[in-house]
Design a protein around this ligand. Structure first.
Ligand SMILES: *Cc1c(COP(=O)(O)O)cnc(C)c1O
Length: 378
């Protein structure tokens, strides 16, 4: 591993918001693929799928080309009719919304709770007879309230597609995210498992898994025998080879994220107007992002904090600056049904993500804490 282990190498240099470290194991596996001459989907992809089955506890895992195509494919195999609705969180990355549109469904939105994920009370009110799919997002790595969401889905006869792009390994009780229906993961370069690009769909349903495999490969069962109009959503063995060793060390990487988050939370206690992210007893947080709120009672604005940290070489992120549908390109979109989502609008004004990635040193974390405290004179 190319180490950041010597603190003199890093302090007081810039602290990035995310950092991927691929080492010897990834290099060996990528070399193995290159030397095999088999660059597209092959045995590495199969190994990756087996590891996702283990991670999620699902019968099947189907690797695809991205988290976005995972979401599109998951919706497509549910064979929605035009006008069918997918209910998702109003506070998410735009891929969640774009996937719904690509699959031909109508997107409607459920406001978030204090922890930035779909509010089950708001969900109960939002379900209509046209709702076919409920698509919670485990934002920042915090598992949404799947017990209540699953109960609503069951009572209203809806499917569940989980957007777990940011939540590899998060759990609700003893169940992993991605196990409630169709689970969609991303392997994009900044995610908790990073292949560059890539995605995975998990499910216990044999028939859906079979259709996902067809859909991924032009709808082809045997050579040039097409059963449905498909896509090229295949993942390459090169990408799978980059993801595999990270998946093997995922627990350690997640533990490091949690450790970093807890140190940040302890250090940022008691700053007026600043709220740190909660960890809940029964829904685990894998800290894809560590996101604080800066509300109107703070002595500096969110944007002033971001600027002050940038001046000290500390990168931050605003995920996300608006509720997902509040852009001109969605305003008159026939498949987008906007409703008022005041809590996600407020979050968009207040959130700031601080570095929490597993390769931070204690010195870097303490520098982040000191910089935030001094910005607020706290
Ligand atoms: C990254 C992400 C996606 C899309 O994944 P890609 O691999 O980038 O296509 C979808 N939803 C959320 C919440 C994400 O963070």
């Amino acid at each position: 591993m190319r180490a950041l282990s010597n603190p003199r190498d890093v302090a007081p240099g810039p602290i990035p918001i995310s950092s991927v470290q691929v080492g010897f194991d990834e290099e060996q596996l990528v070399l193995e693929v290159l030397r095999s001459g088999r660059l597209a989907q092959g045995p590495m992809v199969e190994r990756l799928e087996r590891m996702f089955c283990e991670l999620v506890g699902s019968r099947h895992a189907v690797a695809v080309s991205s988290g976005t195509t995972a979401l599109v494919a998951a919706l497509e195999v549910l064979e929605l009719e035009p006008g069918d609705e997918v209910l998702t969180s109003s506070f998410t990355f735009v891929a969640t919304l774009n996937a719904i549109l690509e699959a031909g469904a109508v997107a409607r939105f459920v406001d978030i709770d204090d922890d930035f994920v779909m509010d089950p009370d708001a969900l109960e009110v939002a379900v209509t007879p046209r709702t076919r799919v409920i698509m919670p997002v485990h934002l920042y790595g915090l598992a949404a309230d799947m017990n209540r969401i699953t109960a609503v889905a069951a009572s209203r006869d809806c499917h569940i597609v989980e957007d777990a792009a940011q939540a590899h390994g998060a759990r609700v009780g003893d169940r992993a995210v991605g196990a409630a229906g169709l689970g969609c993961f991303s392997l994009y370069a900044t995610k908790n498992v990073a292949a560059g690009e890539g995605g995975v769909i998990t499910t216990d349903d044999d028939r859906l898994a079979d259709r996902l495999r067809l859909l991924r490969n032009q709808g082809m069962r045997a050579r040039y025998e097409y059963e449905l109009a498909g896509h090229n959503y295949r993942l390459t063995d090169l990408h799978a080879a980059v993801a595999l060793p990270q998946l093997a060390r995922l627990q350690a990487l997640t533990d490091a994220r949690r450790r970093n988050a807890r140190r940040l939370t302890a250090g940022l206690k008691g700053i007026p107007g600043l709220t740190t992210p909660r960890e809940l007893p029964d829904r685990s947080h894998v800290f894809h992002q560590y996101t604080v709120r800066v509300d109107a009672s703070a002595t500096r604005t969110r944007d002033e904090l971001a600027e002050a940290l940038a001046e000290r070489g500390i990168a931050t992120g605003i995920y996300y600056p608006r509720s997902v549908y509040q852009y001109d390109c969605y305003r008159d979109h026939p498949q987008v049904q906007a409703t008022a989502t005041p809590r996600s609008d407020q979050a968009a004004r207040e959130v700031l993500s601080l570095p929490v990635h597993p390769h931070l040193t204690i010195e870097q974390i303490d520098r982040i804490i000191d910089s935030v405290r001094s910005t607020f004179d706290a």
